[in-house]
Design a protein around this ligand. Sequence first.
Ligand code: TRP
Ligand code: ZN
Length: 867
Amino acid sequence: MLDIQHSVAQSPAHGPAVTRRSDYRPPAWLVPQIALDFALAAAATRVKAALSVTRNGKHADPLRLDGAGQQLIAVRVDGVTIDDWRIEGEQLVVPLPGDAHVVETEVEIAPDRNTQLMGLYASGGNLCTQCEAEGFRRITFFPDRPDVLSEYRVRMTADAARYPVLLANGDPVASGTSDDGRHWTEWHDPFPKPSYLFALVAGDLAENRGSFTTRSGRTVRLGIWVRAADLLKTDHALASLKTAMAWDEQVYGREYDLDVFNIVAVDDFNFGAMENKGLNIFNSRYILADPDTATDYDYDAIAAVVAHEYFHNWSGNRVTCRDWFQLSLKEGFTVFRDQGFSADQGSAAVKRIEDVRSLRAAQFPEDAGPLAHPVRPDSYQEISNFYTATIYNKGAELIRMMATMLGPVAFRKACDLYFDRFDGTAATCEDYVACMEQSSGIDLSQFRLWYSQAGTPRVSASLAVEAGRATLHLAQRVPPTPGQTDKVPMPLPLRVKLFGAGSGAPLIDERLVILDTAEATMAFDGLAERPVLSINRGFSAPVIVESDRSAADLAFLSAHDDDPFARYEAMQQLMLDTLVAGASNGTADHGRVIDAVRHTLDDADLDPAFLAEVVLLPSENFIGDQLTVVDPEAIHAAREGLRREIGHALAAQWRQLHHVTQQAAYAYTPEAKGKRRLRSVALGYLAANGARAIGTLAFRQFEAADNMTDRQGALTILAGGDFAEREAALDIFYNRHSDNPLVLDKWFQTQALSSRTDTPQMVADLARHPDFSLANPNRVRSLIGAFSANQRAFHAAGGWGYVFLADQLIALDTLNPQTAAKLLPPLARWRRFDGTRAQAMRGALERIVRVPGVSKDLFEQASKSLA
Ligand code: TRP
Ligand code: ZN
């Protein structure tokens, strides 16, 4: 028996191995079939694997199987135990004489000691797996790369009382019991798949069962599996799944392909959810909801993530990725698909605003900092670090730009070609673009730069007007990013329109301008009045637009543009200019913003959900991203100052809105959600105005709420201020929900996001709270992730936040390196801060890279951040 549990890979201090896209070679051996036999138990699970392997091409290479963290017990070839195998690093190397063999291995693994939550692990007494990207190698020896596709047969045996439910991919084919209190089930997945899509679950689970009939008339059995006490919280997820299945048939012509589709919710999960074939595994926060414990935001996120994972059945599973550099092939496309789904469920305008807001909050800073990478990266040390906003969200914007350039009919046809041509294979981003190009006839050769060049393009736009003619001058610049100093112009699809400054009416039809040179000029003739420029409407290109539009023109567009996103954008730009001036100069003229907000509130035609988004100020982080040197206190003061004045000047309107948006009984409809959103926004402005009586009003909303949206909305305001009711509200909330981990996460998060000056002290206390634990990623994100996103608190003078974050990451790294590494990026912003802060942030990063035995996950993020 060989213990390779501690076979140490190269120490990061000497530089971990770099994987390069240019080094891609097809697999030397294929594995058309695999049979797995699990004897499951939390402390020790035996895994027997039988791989039918075939030599791929003419070569004399041995078979190389990836494996990590397992005890290898036996290796057999064609039924005979062999001993001429060897271990090289994290690979089992088996010399094979012929072109086809059956290679069997037997290993033992320890799920209950698996804290990194990759491979087979225990969560809440159940056993589950997570294999993407490279977790399968922690379960058995296998060529753990996405271009090796196999047909899986899985047999699982477990204690029948402890693990009454046994699930795996595909369809169940047989089951039985043995006399020792154990039982077994066999599953077969007829669709060849890469190892990262393997999954099994064993546990004591209850099922919310449903069914869906596909448009070709096949009935699919649907199951949402949770602990029995949570069963009543699964109806929304099940309904969302059915809606998503119907949507993919209608919009993309994609049908489900197995007889069974199961979803299991677990509390301990590194990510949102995972699209394993026929057996999705979810972070319970994206499944469990009832009005008392989940906000509207949670409900929407559940629908979006259920849809996202379901859509992967085609974009990811039927067509998978050739290698991990192609990750955006499945993730960018699938995010684009789930965004389209969500847009169709309610307000498309509000959905676009939310998506652009999260792109700007997460992806733009990534693209502007030391961790910037192309949508199709060229190299990585640890692939887990590349599940980023760039791969997901910028990747989705690339698909959106192609869809915009092709138009809906040609785009759908091109997607059909892609699915048809690559079904059952492992494809590349290039394959996808080639389908878009060949199907539509549109030349995308220059567009491919979007996959290889990192950095957010900046577009400057100016409109010169003289006597009935307007000349639009556009220029683009792609900033340098690590490893890419010189950039070439990319094609930027910009939706452009002109409005008459006097009448407010459109002067031209909207045009799609493709800016594909460094500079371009175009003229618009026959204009009857002075035009105002509306550009990048709908955020048609993921770029930063710098225009010479005056504050008056922005205010005008916020009132008159006929594209709702452009109205939002004009208001945001007006607010941002005011806030940047305030943060830089200490004062700014607030009148224009107040008038624009007043005008918007008076517009009776606007839907409350849209209204609530438009009147919100840009975040402190986003204001910081506009400044050469971030001054967190000045930004906070400028933003609070403007908030206070908007609250004060329009106090009567906010009070009225808070009153009229009160609803008799809870309903989850787009209208009801919009009203709840506007209600909390109105309360926020009333609180900003500073009247202490608002504490009473907020506390009343908190106490009277029959839903979590209103309750948490009020709690956020109380927790962020100086109200007499603050502590009582936090205590009531804690006591009321202390048995629900997802709601306790909100309790931690709300306090970590507070803008009070004592937030660092509170965070320090919360990190010692008995309910805090580094073992649960949701809890870690809700305290540590939220705190480090709280610009004012995290960067408070003295640098305590940096020391705290480094301490927590170093401790977490020994348990769960993947989650630790994901929380590092706030420190990577160091170049944007003053010398004292920058020095302290660097110090925290330097401490991390020097930790003996630091994971390659955390090392890669910290060392790249220092570079
Ligand atoms: N493929 C998953 C998705 O839908 C992402 C994912 C789930 C993941 N679990 C993971 C990525 C663990 C890395 C590690 O987007
Ligand atoms: Zn995904």
